[in-house]
Design a protein around this ligand. Sequence first.
Ligand code: AMO
Length: 437
Amino acid sequence: MVDDENIKKRVFASELNESFIGKKVRVAGWVEDVRPLGSLIFLTVRDVSGIIQVVFIKGNTPQDTFLTAKLVARQSAVVIHGAVKESKAKGAKVEIQADDIQVLSKAQHPLPIDPTGRVSSSLDLRLDARALELRNPYTSAIFKIRHTALQSIRKTMLDNKFIEVNTPKIIGQAAEGGANLFSLDYFGKKAFLAQSPQLYKEQLTLSLDRVFEISTYFRAEKSHTRRHLNEFVSVDIEAAFSYKEDVMNILEETVVKTIKDVLKDCENELRILNRNLKVPKTPFDRMTYSQAIEELKASGLKIEFGDDLDTRALKRLSKRHRDFYFIVDWPTSLKPFYIEIKKDNEEISESFDLMHDYLELASGGTRVSDREKLEKRLLDVGLDPKDFSEHLKVFTWGMPVHAGWGLGLDRFVMFLTGMKNIREVVLYPRDRFRLIP
Ligand code: AMO
C-alpha cells in the first residue's frame, strides 16, 4: 500500500537509469498510455521530468492490482511501485516492472484538451485548460525556459551590484502619465494599478544606488495584438551615477547571458520546441531614430521626423536589422517626461529602445535628475507638477544623475522560445477578452 510518506520517497522519471537496475522504486505522475497485451499491461507514466514505461505481468501482481492497471483512465494521477529493469522499448534504457499501482485521482473522460498534444486544440481551448495543458512537454518547455531566464537575469543583476526591490502596485498617481491606467476604489479614494515602477525606482537610486525589480504591471490598452497584454511582467532597473550608455551595456549583458544560460540549461527544452537559439553578435547594432527615419524614407515609406515607428515601419526596418539592435535618441515628443533631453538639441532625448526583429523588447534612457527641469517637462507634456509633488520633493534630497530601463519579460521569452504569440509564454494571460482562468 502506498501512503503519503512513500510518495515523498519517489524518484523522478528522468533520474531512472541503469544504476537503478534491480532496485525497487516509486514514481508518481500521470498515465499517458495504457496498452493491455494479454498477460502484460504496458503503461507510460509522465511526471514533470519525463516519461517512464511501466509493465504489469499477470501472476506477478495480485489480480485486483492487475485489473486496476488495465482499467486506469488516461491522465489519472498514480503512484507506481516496482523494480527497475532493463528496457527493450525504443529510446528507453530502463522500465519499471510494477508490483503496485495506486490511483490517487481519476481523470475524467473526455478531458477538455489532449495534454499529450496528439490531438491539437485552439489556443483558446488550451488556455481554458492551462493547468492540464502544462502536462504537455512542449508547453512546459516554454515555462522551464522562462524560469531559467528569470534565474539568469537575477544573477546578472546581482553580479552588477543591483538590489532587488518590491515597489507598490496599488498607486495614487500615474507613473507614465494619465493614459492606460486601470482605476479602482481604495476605501473611497481613487487608486490605480501600477503601469511601471518608474517613479519609485528612480527615487530609490538616491539611497540604494542600484535597484532592480521583476514584477507584474497593468496597462488598460485596448490594442489586441500578439505582443500586448493588459497584465505583463517587466524587468526594471535603475542605476545612480549612470547614463544611458551604461545601462544599455547592462541590458546587452543581461540579454546575452540569459541566452547563454538557456542554451546551457535548457538544451532539451529548446529541442522540444525546435528552437535554434544562437548567441547574438555583440556589441548590438545601434542606430539613431533619425537614421531609422532616413532608412525608411529611402525604402519608400511616407514618414517624417516626429512620427512614431509603428508596426509597419518596424517590420520594414527589421528586413535589414534581423538581430538585436538599439534605436537611440528618439524625439523628445515621443518619450515620457522623465527622460532627459539632449544638451545641444531640445528636440532629441537621451533614450533608447532595444529591438529584436520588429519586436520592441525594452526601453529606457538617462533620466531628468534636476527638479526644475522635471517640473518643466511635466508642464510641457500637459501634466500638473502639483500632482507629482510627492515625487518631486525627493529631487531636493541629493538626487544623483541616473538611468535605467524596463525589459518586457514576456516578449523576451517569446524571443527565447520562438513563440509568435505572447499568450503562449504567459501562464494565465490577461487581454481585453480574457479574464479567466
Ligand atoms: P515601456 O512602456 O516601453 O517603458 O515598457 C517597457 C517594456 O515593457 C514591455 N511592454 C509590454 N509587454 C506586453 N504587453 C504590454 N502591454 C506591454 N507594454 C510594455 C515592452 C516594453 O519595451 N518606464 C519605462 C521603462 C524605463 O524607461 O525604465 C516603461 O515602462 O517590452
